[in-house]
Design a binder for this molecule. Structure first.
Ligand SMILES: [Zn+2]
Length: 89
């Protein structure tokens, strides 16, 4: 079990490994405008899902270094969601 604590609110999340790179996923509180509660996210910069997404998005928005990280939304029965993130390279 993964415990996330923020502003006195404790959220308990299931343990999940990223199906793309096998790394344990970490709890993350998205910006309020997303409307999401704490989600589980793959923070690995070598994740094939993350690296593959950069190329895909580059065709749509030239010059931006955005990629999609693999994430699971516990409020949605741990269904996969895409989280847009800035690529480090
Ligand atoms: Zn991953």
């Amino acid at each position: 079990m993964v415990i996330h604590e923020y502003a006195g609110i404790v959220t308990e999340l299931e343990d999940h490994d990223c199906p793309h790179c096998g790394k344990p996923m970490e709890p993350w509180l998205p910006p309020p405008e997303t409307g999401w509660d704490v989600i589980l996210i793959c923070n690995s910069n070598s994740c094939p899902f993350y690296l593959g997404s950069e190329e895909e998005i580059a065709h749509k928005r030239e010059g931006s270094h955005l990629g999609c990280r693999y994430a699971l939304n516990p409020q949605n029965g741990y269904k996969p969601v895409n989280v847009l993130a800035v690529c480090p390279h």
